[in-house]
Ligand binder design. Structure first.
Ligand code: ACO
Length: 325
């Protein structure tokens, strides 16, 4: 039986910091509303031409490699979770593969929005368990700013850009302990983006492409505060894990109020939840690995720490994972 363990992390966020006050100059909003409703103060936006999703993902990937015991050629599998790819094709993962020189990797993208990093880890773990690969890089990367409608104050204040990921390696020790993952496509219209209707030389459709993110914020709020506790309870039960043994929790950094409700419902104290949405906003698939990398850099994760990662988002999708570090 093969096990998988996270052995390195890395992250990159664009330098340009956009504050709530910056946004209030272009849309009818204010710092007090944004902070009290979401916990977000700043977000980083890609502004340069060479800061598309594959560029920032490649920078995070290079950091992961530098901090690891492997060369780019030794990466067997490279998964990028994203909903804001540079192109429909080639995949962002293939672009990253070329940028970092991971020439022996199988490379592909997955789209599971804010749960994407957990979905990616799940796929990577199964490849390792099957014995087919040893070294997998899983990255969550988003340039969501290119999908924002800066006239819609209900969405444009919430999101940010960034990339981060991990190296997952074959190990003697069980790192990924258990997972609980799911989807509910019937509620997918609560959060959409990159709408591309049928249009060709023979179609009678006159639908216009609309790239902007559109969200029913209340529906997503209700979904997250209902589904995440349910998913984590099921994970704890099936892995026979006592919640008190969890050292830290990283929930998708969408909204601090959502995290507070999750904490209360799960009876896991807020002190165990790492929060950094105040600096990055909601970076979708990048939010969990950005937080994980930050905790690593601050020395907050010790050898043998037990972490709970939990994501939720468009699709609708959700995923929770227990990981021993
Ligand atoms: N600034 C000022 N006022 C605003 C803003 C803004 N940026 N946005 C909305 N408002 C106004 C609304 O127009 C409304 O005004 P009205 O009462 O005069 O009509 C009022 O504030 C209340 O609006 P609501 O939408 O009811 O505010 P709510 O308390 O629900 O908060 C929010 C909105 C923050 C979006 C909340 O619903 C939420 O966090 N939902 C979850 C969103 C989320 O987590 N999404 C991401 C998860 S999935 C993924 O990450 C891809």
């Amino acid at each position: 039986m093969y096990f998988s363990k996270i052995t390195a992390t890395g992250a990159y966020v664009p330098e340009s910091v956009i504050t709530n006050d910056d946004l209030s100059k272009i849309v009818d909003t204010n710092d007090e509303w944004i902070v009290s409703r979401s916990g977000i103060r700043n977000r980083h936006f890609a502004v340069a031409e060479d800061e598309n999703t594959s560029d920032i993902a490649a920078k995070a990937c290079k950091m992961i490699i530098e901090r690891s015991n492997i060369s780019p050629e030794e990466i067997d599998l490279l998964i990028v979770a994203t909903v804001s790819a540079d192109y429909s094709t080639p995949s962002t993962a293939c672009l990253v593969q070329a940028k970092v020189g991971a020439k022996n990797a199988i490379a592909f993208d997955i789209g599971a929005a804010c749960s994407g990093f957990i979905f990616g880890l799940s796929i990577a773990n199964k490849y390792i368990q099957a014995g087919t690969v040893k070294n997998v890089v899983v990255i969550g990367a988003e340039v969501l700013s290119k999908y924002l409608d800066f006239t819609d104050r209900g969405t444009c204040v919430l999101f940010g850009d960034g990339a981060a990921g991990v190296l997952l390696q074959r190990s003697q020790k069980r790192g990924i302990i258990a997972e609980e993952i799911g989807s509910d496509g019937s509620k997918g219209h609560a959060l959409t983006g990159g709408d591309t209707p049928v249009k060709n030389a023979f179609s009678k459709c006159d639908g216009k492409a609309n790239r902007s993110l559109k969200m029913d914020g209340r529906a997503i709020f209700d979904f997250a505060t209902r589904q995440v506790p349910k998913s984590v309870e099921s994970l704890l039960k099936k892995s026979e894990t006592d919640r008190d043994t969890i050292d830290f929790v990283i929930a998708h950094q969408a909204n601090s109020r959502i995290v507070q409700i999750i904490s209360k419902k799960l009876k896991i104290p807020m002190e165990k939840f790492y929060l950094n949405m105040y600096e990055y906003g909601n970076t979708s698939s990048a939010s969990i690995p950005i937080a994980l990398n930050e905790m690593m850099e601050k020395g907050l994760i010790k050898e043998d720490s037990l972490g709970l990662l939990t994501g939720f988002g468009a699709g609708l999708t959700w995923g929770s994972m227990l990981i021993r570090f």
